[in-house]
Design a protein around this ligand. Structure first.
Ligand SMILES: O=C(O)CCC(=O)C(=O)O
Ligand SMILES: [Fe+2]
Length: 362
């Protein structure tokens, strides 16, 4: 196998890491499906009674605080839509490589097909197709009040799979609605008003990634995706029945997340960690591959507007609990991370650690 894929010994999947985690919270969102919205699959917080809402918010808090991720069922995303995207994804990745490369991402435009992604400078055993919810998106990178650069990202769709565009668009809208409701529940779980975080997403930079992990001849040395944390606000992830997603627990142990049919896995991203001033921590995760079955997954990365500056929310800091992070521009963070995956870089990726206020100076 190409040595570019081989993980350092300490990061290889160990034999004991494949046990399915006990007790991963599975949260039933059906109380949010109001009777008349059942048909339209619309989740709403308006009509729920206070006791039911409060018990739901408690479960969200537990998931965020103790795990950094959880699964949701009865989430309102129509199953037909999910199946339709799964089908186009299988068709697309089944195309010959030259066909897929017609919509390949490049240094200017980070959306489209890509099969050479690195995580922490080791190649991932996967191929991906990225598309953003809004397109094109113009992303200014801000430094203070001045614009450092402007990048435009635009979706690219394969000519010989004409249904892909509309199917993906409909799916993105449905998962986005779920992301909005989840963020509202998370806002309540932090003691904030329900819509406190919504305005950050007015010109969202959210995108969906279709992942394909082919069978791997050397699954003990390579990873589908190396260990990482998602840099956005939260991730709404659909995985198929093969399994392979692993999450690092607070005790340092890697545990596998058992696939639950038609559920979504919700990951807390770095932005929620910063907003909450470390009340919630983003979960480190990775993907283990296997030699027999290919695997497909589809994360929706819920990302704010590029011009937003991310910092601990003022309601959640005080003299006793001062902000742990300096403000950083999301557009800058997003573009640096997205384009840095394009090529191996000598320098480290931007991480929220770079904005952490040093405790030593306190
Ligand atoms: O495939 C998965 O289950 C997770 C993928 C992932 O973590 C990512 O693309 O950021
Ligand atoms: Fe991830």
């Amino acid at each position: 196998m190409d040595p570019a894929f081989i993980q350092a010994p300490e990061h290889r999947p160990s034999a004991i890491s494949h046990q399915f985690a006990e007790g991963v919270p599975i949260i039933d969102l059906s109380p949010l499906l109001s009777p008349d919205s059942k048909k339209s699959n619309l989740l709403s917080i308006e009509f729920i009674d206070p006791a039911t809402l409060s018990s739901l918010v408690d479960k969200i808090k537990h998931g965020c605080k103790d795990w950094g991720f959880f699964q949701v069922i009865n989430h309102g995303v129509p199953i037909e839509l999910r199946r339709a995207v799964e089908e186009v994804s299988i068709k697309f990745f089944g195309f010959p490589l030259p066909e897929k490369r017609k919509v390949r991402r490049d240094e200017e435009n980070a959306l489209g097909y890509y099969d050479e992604e690195n995580t922490k400078n080791v190649r991932d055993w996967k191929e991906v197709f990225d598309f953003s919810v809004r397109s094109p998106i113009v992303i200014p990178e801000l430094e203070g009040d001045s614009i450092k650069s402007v990048t435009t990202l635009a979706n690219q769709w394969p000519e010989n799979l004409p249904e892909m565009r509309s199917v993906c668009k409909a799916y993105a809208q449905a998962t986005q609605k779920l992301a909005v409701r989840l963020l509202e529940l998370i806002s309540l779980s932090l003691g904030l008003p329900v819509s406190r975080l919504n305005d950050f997403f007015k010109d969202q930079t959210s995108f969906i990634r279709l992942n394909h992990y082919p069978p791997c001849p050397s699954p003990n040395e390579a990873l589908g995706v190396g260990r990482h944390k998602d840099s956005g606000a939260l991730t709404v992830l659909a995985q198929d029945d093969v399994g392979g997603l692993e999450v690092k627990r607070k005790n340092g142990e890697w545990v596998a997340v058992k696939p639950v049919p038609n559920s979504y896995i919700i990951n807390i991203g770095d932005i929620i960690q910063v907003w909450s001033n470390d009340e919630y921590e983003s979960a480190e995760h990775r993907v283990v591959v296997n030699s027999k079955r290919e695997r497909f997954s589809m994360p929706f990365f819920y990302n704010p507007s590029a011009y937003e500056f991310i910092e601990p929310l003022e309601e959640l800091v005080s003299e006793e609990n001062p902000p742990n992070y300096l403000p950083y521009n999301w557009g800058h963070c997003y573009i640096t991370r997205k384009l840095s995956n394009f090529k191996k870089r000598i320098t480290e990726n931007i991480q929220i650690q770079h904005f952490r206020v040093s405790k030593l100076n306190a």
